[in-house]
Design a binder for this molecule. Structure first.
Ligand SMILES: *Cc1c(COP(=O)(O)O)cnc(C)c1O
Length: 529
């Protein structure tokens, strides 16, 4: 087996290397392709620096107007003809697993179907072709759409303000925590810098807190998978800025004491940040504002079905309570009282005391359009049913699999079914092996080893958009795999995935020594010499 300069196995014609199978290589065909699964080299290996996809004559008498700023060196990108370029990207896309291809049970990700109606509306020129610097009078419809989306988000959460501009969930966390920080500073409480974060939290929560200049104090989970109330109470104090809590939490469970948690954190002088990534489980049923939440991001790309994961940008609008609303970042849209809309863009024009801005412009217009389309096409009753069906589907999985897999906690779950690896005890199969075997069966694995409070966690979130027959097929496969593991068919797991284009990757090495840039083979040779 050859290696290219990136450390990736190469497959030259004639290079038949069955031993590659074991080493994460390729099937033993001459071309490296396997039927319709085409082998694909890097674009740098397919194209060449001295080739160009278009054939333009050298311009005559060209005078540059770049004032000496023009590129002098080679651009360093390979040229390919249009059909080659097309094929390169289509081949790559076919290696990707996608929600349009099959069930995507990644817990805490809400990989639901993205209705095509959303796409149709997002492509309407009035939304798709606007420019953020266009005069306000020419983009009134876009502003109105942002205003209506804000209205829906505030209504669904019962919160008085929303910042639309954060571009992902983690960015929304940043927005909410900055608002909390601004409020504390305004009140002369800059000594409050400790943020309580349950140990089951998504990694972005502690990362956000630290990024905003807070320290993180971890709250343990109790044996039911929820916040340990005694530990929480013991941590309250006059240096506490707030709590960051996910509800339903990442164990797929509703925090039953959430009202008491909100009251206690407020009494202690802190604020309640709710991570709203799991809003899909409660949308239309529970309004976070009623629970005492001060700030919560909403992942439009989860709950409101805008594409995500390789499929598009995220969007993390953040709702704010009365206490934090004055610190909301610019820009935001307001009705101007003359039947039109305005964008408040500058800090000086804002009514409150914005902590700053989150993005150069207004946020992800395409996502706003898709999310509002989704909301309006479902209606309030439809959104409520979304939550109900999402929870029903997860409980169906938990109920049907609990006899072969071990549910991490007792009782019903919310929108995700959480299993641990006790059912694999003494089988020689790990959570990772089990997940790899799912790939061979054509399923994207569930979220693994998260949340950290559960040993060998397997977090399955089916969402409401899977049909019962689709769930049954998935459950049948997991049931059969769990049975195979228990019956000693260990090899099938240790060898998995055998049908994927690449096998087990050296993830540690990939993380520690990432190769992020292509370097020309000759450069490497010279460097070595
Ligand atoms: C997805 C997720 C986030 C982060 O959202 P991004 O849009 O990926 O930045 C935060 N918390 C939880 C619980 C999540 O599931």
């Amino acid at each position: 087996m050859g290696m290219n300069t990136q450390g990736r196995p190469t497959r030259m014609a004639g290079n038949i290397a069955p031993d590659n199978l074991a080493t994460g290589g390729y099937a033993d065909t001459i071309s490296g392709s396997r039927g319709l699964d085409q082998a694909e080299a890097l674009i740098f290996e397919r194209g060449a620096m001295d080739r160009c996809g278009v054939d333009l004559p050298e311009p005559k008498g060209l005078k540059t107007r770049l004032g000496g700023q023009e590129r002098k060196g080679e651009i360093g990108l390979p040229g390919l003809a249009e059909p080659e370029t097309m094929r390169h990207y289509v081949r790559l896309s076919r290696k990707n697993y996608a929600i349009d291809l099959g069930l995507y049970p990644l817990g805490s990700c809400t990989m639901k179907h993205n209705p095509r109606l959303n796409e149709k509306v997002a492509r309407m020129p009035g939304f798709a072709d606007v420019h953020p610097l266009q005069p306000a009078s020419t983009v009134q419809g876009a502003y109105q759409l942002m205003g209506e989306l804000s209205h829906w988000l505030m209504t669904l959460t019962n919160m008085p303000a929303v910042a639309l501009s954060p571009k992902a969930g983690a960015h929304g966390e940043f927005c909410g925590m900055m608002a909390i920080r601004a409020r504390l500073d305004a009140d002369g409480e800059s000594n409050r810098r400790r943020v309580l974060v349950p140990e089951s939290a998504h990694g972005t929560n502690p990362a956000t807190a630290v990024q905003c200049g807070f320290t993180v104090d971890e709250i343990p989970a109790d044996k039911t998978g929820r916040v340990d109330m005694e530990a929480f109470k013991a941590k309250l104090g006059d240096d506490v800025a707030g709590i960051m809590l996910t509800n339903p939490n990442t164990c797929g469970l509703f925090e039953r004491d959430i009202r008491e948690i909100a009251d206690l954190i407020h009494e202690a002088g802190g604020y309640f940040y709710c991570d709203g990534a799991n809003f899909n489980a409660i949308v239309g049923r529970v309004r976070p504002g009623d629970l005492g939440v001060d700030a919560m991001h909403i992942n439009l790309h989860k709950t409101f079905s805008t594409p995500h994961g390789g499929g598009g940008p995220g969007s993390g609008p953040t709702v704010l309570s009365e206490a934090l609303a004055p610190y909301a970042p610019v820009p935001y849209v307001v009705e101007n009282g003359k039947g039109g809309w305005e964008l408040v863009e500058h800090m000086d024009d804002a009514e409150g005391d914005p902590f700053g801005r989150m993005a150069a412009f207004h946020g992800q217009m395409g996502m706003f359009t898709r999310a509002l389309t989704y909301m309006m096409s479902h209606g309030s009753d439809g959104l409520k049913q979304v939550a109900e069906d999402a929870v029903l589907n997860a409980n169906y999985i938990q109920a049907r699999l609990s006899h072969v897999m071990t549910a991490a906690f007792e009782g019903t779950c919310m929108h995700e079914a959480l299993f641990d690896d006790r059912f694999l005890k003494d089988t020689g199969v790990t959570t990772l092996d089990f997940a790899k075997a799912m790939i061979d069966e054509g399923y994207h694995p569930m979220t693994m080893y998260f949340p950290l409070v559960v040993h060998g966690a397997m977090l399955i979130e089916p969402t409401e958009t899977e049909s019962m027959s689709g769930l049954d097929r998935f459950i049948d496969v997991l049931e059969a795999l769990a049975t195979a593991a228990k019956e000693g068919d260990t090899d099938r797991f240790l060898a998995a995935p055998v049908h994927a284009p690449t096998k087990r990757l050296d993830e540690t090495r990939a993380a520690r020594q990432p190769v992020l840039r292509w370097t020309a083979p000759t450069d490497t040779v010279e460097a070595a010499e």
